[in-house]
Design a protein around this ligand. Structure first.
Ligand code: GAR
Length: 227
């Protein structure tokens, strides 16, 4: 007997839908979008959403024919109201993954809980060191010989949540915050697409407050790359 089901043409597998949130120049967004368009992972950028109307990253997204939305946080009277509208906009795309790529907003607990386990952030330090702002200057002021950048899952505590991957960047004699930031950013553009790819492939998950790779807990640092 002919198996009718088996003879039907099969649907192509659904791509992982990604919404990227930005506030600034969008260099991490472009690194991820360009890696996806090279075909190295089964994913699509469903939308790039920005909270700063004049951010340079918006045009970079348009140049790549990505759908963009601007939701200016200054049009809302409270953090809660802004986050609620942002959630509505995000949910219209039914994303599997939310990527914070220089999205400079403190998120409400409701927002974080909604996307827990499927929201990644990049932060320019070797977390848990230097949460918050001015990370490069603070590393220099402390006399650190090693600095770097971390991709982590987002939890309710700012710049916290389990680490996925870190790039360690040596601090060189004569470095200032600008030179150090430039070298760190080069590494950002390498490690963020890697982390997104792991998620898309189903290798990277978060269970409780732990990041797992292929079902095994990652070290507290996440996977560490030395540059
Ligand atoms: C990046 O350097 C990222 O590490 C930092 O913002 C920059 C955004 O650059 N993120 C944070 O400080 C988050 N706490 P980009 O817009 O060119 O990707």
């Amino acid at each position: 007997m002919i198996d009718q089901q088996a003879s039907l043409p099969s649907e192509p597998p659904e791509k992982t839908r990604i919404v990227i949130l930005i506030s600034g120049s969008g260099s991490n967004m472009t690194a991820i979008a360009d890696e996806i368009s090279r075909g190295s992972m089964d994913a699509e950028v469903s939308a790039v959403i920005c909270n700063v109307p004049e951010a340079a990253g918006i045009q970079k997204a348009r140049d790549r024919d990505l759908e963009t939305q601007v939701i200016d946080h200054r049009n809302f009277t409270s953090r809660e109201e802004f986050d609620l509208n942002l959630m509505r906009a995000i949910d219209d795309y039914s994303p599997d993954l939310i990527v914070l790529a220089g999205f400079m907003r403190i998120l409400t607990p409701d927002f974080v809980r909604r996307y827990e386990g499927r929201m990644l952030n990049i932060h320019p330090s070797l977390l848990p060191a230097y949460q918050g702002l001015h990370t490069h200057q603070r590393a220099l002021d402390a006399g650190d010989r090693k600095h770097g950048v971390t991709v982590h899952f987002v939890t309710e505590i700012l710049d916290d949540g389990p680490n996925v991957i870190q790039a360690v960047v040596p601090v060189l004699d004569g470095d200032d915050a600008t030179s150090l930031q430039k070298r760190v950013q080069l590494q950002e553009h390498i490690i963020y697409p890697i982390a997104v790819k792991w998620f898309v492939e189903g290798r990277l998950t978060m269970v409780g407050n732990t990041a797992l790779m292929d079902g095994q807990p990652l070290p507290v640092t996440g996977v560490q790359l030395e540059s």
